[in-house]
Design a protein around this ligand. Structure first.
Ligand SMILES: [Zn+2]
Length: 338
């Protein structure tokens, strides 16, 4: 039987809002799984993917083919869902406190009595996933290829997941330190050296506008097939065949906007560039040709993400590229991802 494991948190007015969550009970012979989407609220693609996946899980459960218990939280952040300004969802940050929704989960989880509603929400979400052996957190980027963030402990195991999801790139990381949901879940595994048979990853399902039946059906199928391959569902599925480029986090190149202005890309997502090759321009003062700055690739690689809007503020990330050597701007930690 599918179990309702929803819980309430307080919104900014102190009223209860619901985090809807469902649990599919397996026969206990497979890994325990936690799947969630929308921690940042404005990353929508995963919500539809999990919505579709749940229909498949329901069938698998009713046919007695579920080996592991699966918890699904298709819209993890009701607090962020309520934040709009001028017709656009804000996402990413809790407006009342400035808290990035996907940071400091570790601190919140360790608090006996969380002091803000965001911390309460974070603690409850961590508790819901506490017994999981598999945790997949579904995010999206601005505009992006589908790609994976995965801790080195889960590589090359993660290649099968990336391939099942038809992801072009997998970014391998070592040190976090931001208290993202993923980091918080895997911290005890890493501490105890208990990563065998486990899996955790942050999946970037393209860009924020990439919500469609075509993508969602493909992604839901990819997730389902991977769950079969990982022993969560009793069903034979041939392993996915898809070329995944593995990139060290420190090899990723992030190009920041040196000035504000009209952003004109000359390269598309997935395009390869040579070192020094131009890929975009920023027109600072339209009408003044001397105000145009041309942006060049730091090293040879592939264009993975782009800034979504075409008027960019100074200092914002214009694009991210894969690379094959350590970026000269690399200073450790995460890539301000997910
Ligand atoms: Zn995110």
């Amino acid at each position: 039987m599918t179990q309702d494991v929803s819980f309430n948190v307080r919104n900014n007015n102190g009223e209860a809002v619901r985090v809807c969550a469902w649990r599919y009970e397996g026969d206990g012979s497979g890994p325990t799984v936690h799947l969630q989407a929308g921690v940042h609220a404005d990353e929508i693609a995963g919500m539809l993917v999990l919505h579709l996946l749940m229909q498949r899980l329901q069938i698998a459960e009713s046919q007695g083919r579920l080996k592991g218990r699966i918890t699904v939280v298709p819209q993890a952040n009701p607090l962020g869902i309520g934040q709009f300004r001028q017709g656009r969802i804000l996402g990413r940050y809790h407006d009342a406190t400035g808290h990035n929704f996907n940071r400091a989960f570790d601190l919140s989880a360790a608090m006996e009595r969380p002091s803000t509603n965001i911390q309460e929400w974070q603690k409850s979400l961590v508790q819901l996933a506490a017994t999981a052996d598999v945790m997949l957190d579904l995010h999206t980027d601005d505009e992006a290829l589908p790609y994976l963030y995965v801790h080195r402990s889960f590589w090359p195991r993660g290649r099968e997941l990336a391939a099942a999801m038809k992801m072009d790139v997998a970014i391998i990381w070592d040190d976090g330190g931001d208290g993202s949901f993923e980091e918080t879940i895997i911290a005890p595994w890493l501490r105890d050296g208990a990563t065998e048979g486990r899996m955790a990853a942050t999946l970037e399902l393209r860009g924020q506008g990439d919500v469609s039946d075509r993508f969602a059906e493909s992604d839901a199928e990819g997730l389902y097939n991977w769950l079969c391959g990982f022993g969560v569902i009793d069903e034979q599925v041939p392993p996915a065949d898809w070329p995944v480029e593995a990139v060290e986090m420190g090899h990723m190149e992030t190009i920041l906007a040196p000035q504000p202005g009209v952003l004109i890309f000359e390269k598309e997502l997935g395009d390869f560039v040579e070192e020094g090759q131009r890929f975009a321009r920023i027109l600072g003062r339209p009408g003044d040709p001397s105000s145009e700055v041309v942006l060049h690739a730091e090293q040879a690689g592939r264009l993975v993400t782009r800034y979504r809007d075409r008027l960019i503020p100074q200092g914002m990330g214009v694009a991210k590229f894969t690379g094959s050597r350590v970026s000269r701007n690399w200073s450790g930690g995460l890539l301000d991802p997910n």
